[in-house]
Ligand binder design. Structure first.
Ligand code: 4AD
Ligand code: MG
Length: 432
């Protein structure tokens, strides 16, 4: 299997006769010569098929094959500067596996609803390939980043008895006669992990019953969440900044450029993602927004117009810290210098992509946490295990959560987050 020729590695087979297994992307030609484009999942290769070589029957069958029919082509590989990918196959043998006809996705324009209804087929097309390959590269970059720095992978559970990010966006389910929720974030369990192992991370699906369908929201999305013991807000900001630079540069330096070219992404924006990122407090950001003519009520959160306006002033991600206590989750540590602000930071991507990371230092006092749990109307009983982390060796600690799809959306420079995940789940979409 592993040394079977593929289109991606076809340059190793220049001058050789090989067999490629794939699907018909496109075919044009005349009565005597045809130019099938074969797609094998790793790329597309231009082929030349001649009636004189294949014989009448095989040639005519090939010539009339529908888009996405499955077939194997055998032939000789030649370097050819004019061909897409730089190589061409002179076909000497055809084996048809299934004749497809009426493939629903043609090169003409289709609306997004139609394409999403056909997501299982749509993912065969060039642009979707490029996006999902960038996603794969991001996942690899993220894993490598934490693995190379001795974070322990500690998977948080998905069924949970307690909310993490507030009760308004919980998916509830029945768990053998008691209510349970799909996890909104693995953070609380990473805090247990950090106290046990020092540095941990989880990387998996998380769920939010977001009742708004915006181009930034999914109901099921992947989040990576590192957590570190003996860390304060500045340590977390340093980590998030270093992480973002490494991940973006990894994507560029490990094959991402060719996919980004398919997406017509301006790569210079990504090359710019270097340290230092601008850091500003929420209050400083509000003052800047005032002068830009988009005032914020200072005890409110930013809306997406604020994030868009603010990030358009900078050429790289920015870090906004010390948000109003009132708008943030129960676990955030209050700023000792101003209890109306918390030691939390959001990283906002440039070009109006908005928040990609939520982070901060966690409340480490049992007494304060007890008050917060009550004030947020949460059931203390469900948090007893979490409170134990403050009873037995509490230390300053913190971490962050990066939404994978928000990152991929920004890196790819596409408009809507729904194309960054193989099978999107949104308020109005559960299929396919
Ligand atoms: O800011 P959030 O809610 O932070 C947390 O969940 C923390 N517990 C993370 C932590 O500190 N360990 O979410 C983190 C990130 C956001 O910045 C965003 O990138 C992404 O998760 N996110 C979403 N992505 C897609 N669809 C949604 N509905 C999202 N909600 C959050
Ligand atoms: Mg957030």
């Amino acid at each position: 299997m592993s040394d079977r020729p593929t289109i991606a590695t076809i340059s190793n087979h220049d001058g050789q006769t090989v067999t490629l297994n794939g699907w018909l992307y496109n075919i044009r030609g005349s009565g005597k010569i045809a130019f099938p484009q074969l797609r094998d999942g790793t790329g597309i290769i231009q082929c030349v098929a001649k009636k004189a070589v294949l014989g009448d029957k095989a040639f005519d069958e090939l010539r009339h094959l529908g888009q996405e029919s499955s077939l194997s082509l055998t032939g000789t590989i030649h370097a050819d500067d004019r061909a897409q990918g730089g190589f061409e196959m002179q076909v000497s043998g055809v084996q048809i596996h299934q004749k497809a006809s009426g493939y629903p996705i043609s090169p003409k324009e289709h609306g997004p609803a139609f394409l999403h209804d056909h997501r299982h087929l749509w993912m065969r097309s060039k642009k979707q390939h490029a996006i999902l390959k960038i996603r794969h590269l991001c996942v690899r970059a993220i894993r490598d980043y934490f693995d190379d720095r001795d974070f322990l992978l500690l998977d948080s559970p998905i069924f949970t008895p307690n909310p993490c990010e507030g009760t308004s966006t919980l998916f509830e389910t029945e768990y053998f006669g008691q209510p349970a929720y799909l996890s909104q974030s693995g953070q609380l369990y990473q805090e247990a992990g950090a106290m046990a192992f020092g540095k941990t991370y989880t990387f998996g699906p998380t769920f939010r019953a977001e009742k708004s369908s915006t181009r930034r929201h999914l109901t099921e999305f992947w989040m990576v969440e590192p957590e570190i013991a003996y860390a304060n807000l500045d340590d977390i900001m340093d980590l998030a900044e270093d992480f973002m630079v490494e991940v973006v540069q990894y994507v560029l330096n490990n094959g991402g450029r060719s996919h980004l070219e398919v997406l017509e992404r301006d790569i210079s924006v990504l090359e710019n993602v270097q340290k230092p990122f601008p850091r500003m407090s929420y209050d400083e950001a509000c003052a800047q927004l005032d002068t830009l003519g988009v005032p914020v009520d200072t005890d409110d959160d930013f809306g997406s117009p604020h994030e868009t306006e603010l990030t358009q002033q900078y050429d790289r991600p920015i870090m906004v810290h010390r948000y109003p206590t009132a708008v943030k989750a129960f676990y955030m540590k209050e700023d000792p210098e101003n209890p109306a602000r918390v030691l939390g930071m959001d990283m906002l991507a440039p070009e109006g992509y908005g928040e990609i990371i939520g982070s901060g230092q966690r409340e480490d006092s049992e007494a304060v946490l007890l008050e917060k749990i009550a004030a947020h109307g949460l059931n203390q009983e469900h948090f007893e295990w979490y409170l134990d982390l403050r009873r037995y060796g509490s230390v300053p600690h913190g971490g962050f959560g990066l939404g994978l799809e928000r990152l991929v959306c920004w890196i790819c420079g596409i408009r809507h987050i729904r194309e960054t995940v193989p099978f999107p789940r949104m308020m109005d979409r559960l299929t396919p």
